[in-house]
Write a protein that binds this ligand. Sequence first.
Ligand code: FEO
Length: 400
Amino acid sequence: MKQPLEIAKDIYQVGVADWNIRDFHGYSTHRGTTYNAFLILDDKITLVDTVKHDFTDQLLSNISRIVDPKNIDYVVSNHTEMDHSGSLPRVMHAIGEDKPVFCSKMGVKNLSSHFERKLNYQAVKDLGELSLGRKKLTFLETRMIHWPDSMFTYLNEDRILFSSDGFGQHYAGPARFDDEGDDHEIMYQARKYYANILLLYSPLIARLLEKVGAMGLPIDMICPDHGVIWRKDPGRIIEAYSRWSQGPTENKAVVVYDTMWKSTKVMAEAIADGIAAQGVTALPVHIRSSDRSEIMTEIFDAKAVVVGSPTLNNQLFPSVADVLSYMKGLKPMHKIGAAFGSYGWSGEAVKLITRELEEMKFELLDEGLKVQYVPNGDKLKSCFDYGQNIGRKVKAALGA
Ligand code: FEO
């Protein structure tokens, strides 16, 4: 990523690209990511956010091409998580440790808990303002989107929203703006980010969007802390968030399963065929051939989630338990759920899946489908029929 990049007059992207990261605390990042930071030149020179610790030298080098870091007057920290504040102590050492760091009240608490070195934290209020000279910042608290400390910063004169993790994507490039091609990939990465980081905060996101909408805040550009900057049509990603925050949108069922001797696999594919026969998109997903965060991205917009597991030692197959635990934490809303699996002699897995889906408040098919040993003949037909029932339920729920 060629840095620094002037994104508007006297406003620079000075962050860094992390091209090689492939695992972001368990989230697959096949396109790498960026840690964006922004420098605003005004009477008070202001740095918005920093980067992950390992990239501190690169951030300081990018800044130095525009101004001597010692000349920075203010730092804004929108979010404490270490990918955006890990470099803060060293950056403040270069800038001057007496310079103010503006953050939310929870930001003061959380930054103080992360760093032993005491910095000059200045708590800002929701809708609090800070004059930089010719320009003015307004702070918007976005508590729990997605940390207690999270906030957005709005640059009034340029109509730019610095949105921290909001509207972000784990995507290193080559595009730096939403209008530089790679559109399908950028929207996929934005959806994946929402599905795996923000989904559980959907009710808060819906409320935030309403609040910002009511404020009538004009937005010409959204600058998240990961991925591309939205400048061509920022309304597009806001509209996508508004849609995503309401729950599943697609006429689609994901059949997510694992298998030991292919019996549960055969069941999964027959169930998917039955779903598809009802005109619903059906996607069988073998857990150990897939990635947890990509599975969640498929589940995210599907109306039905059908989970299959063999019974192993009276329990769920471990990889199925992993996906259920991950999905449960992300609190997907308004789903239809169903369970199935092959077993040898005890067959607890279907009951265990059902219990998990009930706890997630999924609307369940009356009972799960169990097949002893091998699904052939009538047993295979019962899988197809079970899929058709799921398909009918999806269509009825969507009014299709
Ligand atoms: Fe990109 Fe919540 O940190």
